[in-house]
Design a protein around this ligand. Sequence first.
Ligand code: DON
Length: 584
Amino acid sequence: MMKYRLFTIPLALLLACSAERPVTSTSRAFEGSLGTPPPKAAAPKLARYAMVVSAHPEASRIGTQILQRGGNAYDAAVAVQFALAVALPAAGNIGGGGFLLYRDRNGSAGSLDFRETAPAAASRDMYLDKQGNVVPGLSTAGPLAVGTPGTVAGMVALHKLMGKLSWPALLQPAVALATRGFPLTAKEAAGLNKTRVDFEKYNPGNVPAYVRPGGGDWQPGDTLRLPELARTLTRIRDQGRAGFYRGETARLLLNEMKRAGGLVSQADLDSYRAKWREPLRGRYRDYDVITMAPPSSGGVALLQMLQMLEPVDLAQAGYHTPLAVHYITEAERRVYADRATYLGDPDFGLVPIQKLLDVDYNRQRAGTMRSRGRATPSSDIVAGANLPSYESNETTHFSIIDALGNAVSCTTTLNGGYGSKVVVPGAGFLLNNEMDDFSVKAGTPNAYGLTGGTANSIAPGKRMLSSMTPTILTHNGKVALVTGTPGGSTIITSVLQSILGIVDYGLNAQQVVTAPRLHHQWMPDLLDVEAGALLPVAQDTLRARGYQLNPALPWGRLDIIHVQPDGTLEGGADPRGDDTALGY
Ligand code: DON
């Protein structure tokens, strides 16, 4: 397994690399008074043996039942994934893809890449007009936005290698849920209502079950029944991989591609493979960090940021003080600049992972941070484009620990909320719009404002770069934290904040996920601030030090499990969504 040592240099040395004098201890005391107190959140969910934290109460319930019936964490992951495909239409999926990271009870770790791929008929400039300009909307919605789905292949591969219960037993709860229906939460009802116009636009002649029968708005508590999806899930239950990639489901999917002008073919479906990959490993303080390798950018970026931050005494710098925010933001800014240039599908080109995780390299990058807590303009790091703010978007994450100590961290996605908005007629499932995660034109920002170049350009069969960052921390050889979240480009910085919350600030799991967050992604040169993340006086201080603050709507859904020193499982379910921690 790849192992990268994190460097440990004293703060003084780091600051000595700066052009100016460091923040002094007197000013540090002043800084401390500018910090936001961590949230006095509701107590975390506690469990003795096993726990599931996911984005929907039905999925957490189903996953916990599988564990109680003797299933392991991998069985529960399969059942939760299919349950989310029913209960969480915005993000749960069989028409998308994702990454799963595990750490087995005997200490081995691995990861499964079931990211979508570009169809064979895709090409580098497929979203550009004759003048070479990006055609707005083409990569973000409708049939051309769809990558070859990977989720079902991923779940089949996971079950085959690691599962204990029978495949049908893991699918049946989702089949039952889709058949019987379930009450819509207020958030899902609002999401479906907001998307109705797009559902109608992208599904002409086929009114999907996601549109309220008889018109009008869904109300919280209305029952959503998904009979076509139930039949598709039944085929997957009975035929495994072939229930999705061949036969009736494939026929319905290809019909829609043909009707609407999409690119996914039977050859794409047949050739799709989920891939087991070596996870990345690093160390942060006295924790070992196991995280996702490319084609996610998340693990590389996370380890780079942790390398840059390790020499800094963040606890001493204070919680959400201008000084702590400075160190974290400057690390983020530098790492996202690298992401844009270097990262892409490692099966299609060299991703310089060794170099990016090299101690000296990151030491040099951190050494360019300015002193006195001042911002380095992003334009001084690497030139880039200006970006839009986030659009509504959805992905979903779940964290599971079973009674044996196996741990699963899994993030899956349709990309945008309800993906491409295309629902396969007769099969009832939403298709992803993951193609937008490619760099559709060098330097042009995608829906998350991320830019890229050739490393992430479109090619047949290639996986689009992701930010999904399923991550597991161990301490003295035992699992200590299972973490991950949706949120597009913000995923990496939210996962970072969850680690800092546990390791540096001693917060409990529920405080970690509840705490208002901050985010910087190099370009645009803005520090996104959730309401309540910074005191007004801290905001003024940061502005005076050169930071451009951007008040932003809440983002991400961190679902984490922290294992207390006595082995008690402490679940944190993000209050921004319908996320739920359950255990026994
Ligand atoms: O793979 C990625 O990085 C994106 N497709 C994830 C999208 C996402 O997290 C949207 N969620 N809120």
